[in-house]
Ligand binder design. Structure first.
Ligand code: ADP
Length: 623
């Protein structure tokens, strides 16, 4: 699947979900296979557990038939070996057998549960790591469309649900089903008629539990969606808390949140009521089955067709077999949900990154920095953003991209980083299409500084080193000096070890920019992209940042997106971009001579500039 966004579909019930189960097994088979030893051992433990469970009432049966009521028993059903033993010895052996059977079952159940849990945890841990890696490789066009909250849910919640349901539902379901089959088999072996009576209420049980579970599932699904919406509202508000507070949106968002919260409560309660009703229904049906078996069973005991001990086995089996089956519907519901989770994970894993290394892609050589756009056309979805862009830039040249907002400047440079591929045309670096190169080796040779550079909640040292992983302290300091950042960094109490707030929130805009420049500088890249790096800075900060940028770009081919035409003046080439086209192209004197859009804008800015220098940016942004 190569789609830009992923759906949030969920299978409706187990029947429609079942093909999904097969797909999940198939898809995760390599991971499951790695744990096969543990899984096989756990399965053997599970079989022992079931056998012990089937054996549990038998010592009691023998005690009844051979010690307490030997006369009431049918002689031909009695074992001659047991009859030959001294009753006291037999009693001691049988009481010991009761403990032994329970002990064996406990030990086997413990090992099968621990084994399965361990295997499931290991499988899910690896799956989660794969998923995370995959997610980071998906292209920007995917991430632009996908909801971050939804993706995080898939990596954390959905994977964990697979693990949890394997242990809390799938494992007990297998144990209970096999136990049930075993018990029905033993019951038929003891007495067919009584066995038929015992299982007569079973269809009724299946019918009622399916009905109720269906309703529970419907409500649970709504409940989950509601919780998702609630998490999304909260995440969005927290992520944009500055804007929320500035616009005084708190009350509005609180109302939205509490409506969801209240509905979520109601749905939760409703689901619990239904599940309580299901439990009571099953208990009643067990009572009916027990009554029927007793009614007919006692008659058969009197007729000496079955022994009192046999009847005891029947009653015990009925109780033990039906008790877990009460959970059957719940398990099936949980499994259906887990299948939905599995499908959501597979859907994500199957999303092929739009942008990835082409077959035969090679490691990019060290770039000289010559760049050529040949007839490049690009569209986000259906909206054409760039139209037949053609230009050539020589190594080390500085290019300024100017023009009104929304013209396509940022999009143009993002093609250079291969965040997206052009719809038509070619982008060449040093004469080679950039798709020939491995993505990582291409991006490693391009530095970028954005208007609001994003820093990570890590130390300043790490933030700079992220530009070139494995950089030494000396390289980090050199980069910081180049970026005019060293002095302010060592003035901080913790210096380079200062841990930044999320997004670098603990620094001023100018300081953030200078760290971002250091991060860009440490790459020593042949190509540098600056996307309005000084917008929003005061004069003093603008001066230090510009100085740092000057040094950063000294030996590199540079693309500077700017609204301030003063900073564009010295560029070797200026592209005036509007509505996805380069309308004017040349040096500052050439464009002034042309006396068209650029010249008009320049003169306008100069006038405003001489009146009020700080108005330039606000004018340019709306120009
Ligand atoms: P500029 O940098 O010149 O201001 P951009 O390249 O940022 O222009 O944007 C060009 C156009 O592309 C704008 O109309 C913008 O709305 C649109 N655009 C930008 N990013 C996306 C995106 N991820 N998805 C869809 N449209 C986008």
């Amino acid at each position: 699947m190569r789609n830009k966004s992923i759906s949030t579909k969920r299978p409706k019930n187990l029947k429609t979900a079942l093909p999904g189960l097969a797909r999940i097994f198939q898809r995760f088979w390599p991971l499951i296979q790695k744990e096969r030893f543990l899984l096989i051992v756990s399965f053997i433990g599970l079989l022992i557990e079931i056998a012990a469970q089937l054996l549990e009432p038998w010592p009691l049966k023998f005690i009844f038939d051979h010690i307490i009521l030997p006369d009431a028993s049918v002689s031909n059903l009695n074992s001659p070996i047991l009859n030959g033993l001294n009753p006291m010895v037999l009693l001691t052996l049988l009481t010991l057998a009761i403990v032994a059977a329970t002990g064996l079952r406990a030990v086997a159940a413990y090992f099968s549960l621990v084994g399965m849990s361990l295997a499931a945890s290991r499988i899910v841990t690896e799956l989660r790591a794969n998923l995370y890696t995959h997610l980071q490789r998906l292209s920007l066009s995917f991430h632009n469309q996908a909801k971050t909250g939804d993706l995080i849910t898939r990596v954390t919640y959905d994977t964990d649900r697979l693990r949890e349901v394997t242990v809390t539902a799938a494992l007990p379901l297998v144990v209970n089903t096999l136990t049930l089959i075993g018990m029905v088999g033993v019951m038929f072996w003891l007495n067919g008629e009584l066995a038929l009576i015992a299982i007569a209420v079973f269809p009724l049980f299946v019918f009622s539990s399916i009905q109720i579970t269906k309703r529970i599932r419907g409500i649970s699904r709504q409940h989950r969606q509601r919780e998702g919406a609630m998490a999304a509202t909260a995440a969005e508000a927290m992520g944009a808390i500055k804007v929320v507070q500035a616009l005084s949106l708190e009350a509005m968002l609180e109302t939205m949140f509490s409506t969801h919260n209240q509905k979520s409560l109601e749905e939760g309660v409703q689901a619990q009521q239904l599940s309580a009703r299901l439990q009571r229904t099953v208990e009643l049906l067990v009572a009916v089955a027990t009554a029927l078996v007793l009614w007919r069973g006692v008659q058969l005991v009197v007729q000496k067709t079955v022994t009192p001990g046999d009847l005891l086995v029947f009653i015990t089996y009925l109780k033990t077999a039906f008790k877990p089956t009460r959970q059957l519907a719940k398990y099936l519901g949980q499994i259906a949900k887990a299948i939905a989770s599995g499908e959501r994970i597979i859907e994500l894993l199957d999303t092929i990154p739009d942008i990835r290394d082409l077959r035969g892609a090679i490691e990019a050589p060290t770039f000289q920095g010559a760049i050529e756009f040949k007839n490049v056309t690009f569209a986000y979805e259906d909206k054409t953003i760039l139209n037949s862009i053609n230009f050539e830039v020589k190594p080390g040249q500085r290019v300024a991209l100017v023009g009104p907002s929304g013209g396509g400047k940022s999009t143009l440079v993002s093609l250079l980083l291969r965040f997206y591929d052009p719809l038509e045309g070619q982008i060449l670096i040093d004469g080679h299409d950039l798709r020939e190169y491995k993505l990582e080796s291409l991006r490693r040779q391009i530095s970028i500084v954005l208007q609001d550079s994003i820093l990570f909640a890590a130390s300043i040292r790490d933030n700079i080193a992220y530009g070139s992983l494995g950089a030494t302290q000396e390289e980090i300091e050199t980069a910081a000096r180049l970026a005019n950042a060293h002095d302010f960094i060592i003035d901080l109490p913790q210096g380079y070890d200062t841990i930044l707030g999320e997004g670098g929130a603990t620094l001023s805009g100018g300081q953030r920019q200078r760290i971002a420049i250091a991060r860009a500088a440490i790459r020593k890249a042949a190509i540098v992209i600056l996307d309005e790096p000084t917008v929003g800075l005061d004069n003093e900060n603008e001066r230090t940042v510009s100085e740092a940028l000057e040094r950063l770009t000294q030996n590199s081919t540079t693309f500077l997106i700017t609204h301030d035409l003063r900073t564009a003046q010295s560029a070797d080439q200026i592209f005036y971009i509007e509505k996805g086209r380069i309308l004017e192209c040349g040096t500052h004197p050439e464009l002034m001579n042309l006396n068209s859009r650029y010249a008009t804008l320049y003169r306008l800015q100069s006038t405003i500039n001489s009146n009020n220098s700080t108005a330039i940016d606000s004018y340019a942004i709306t120009a």
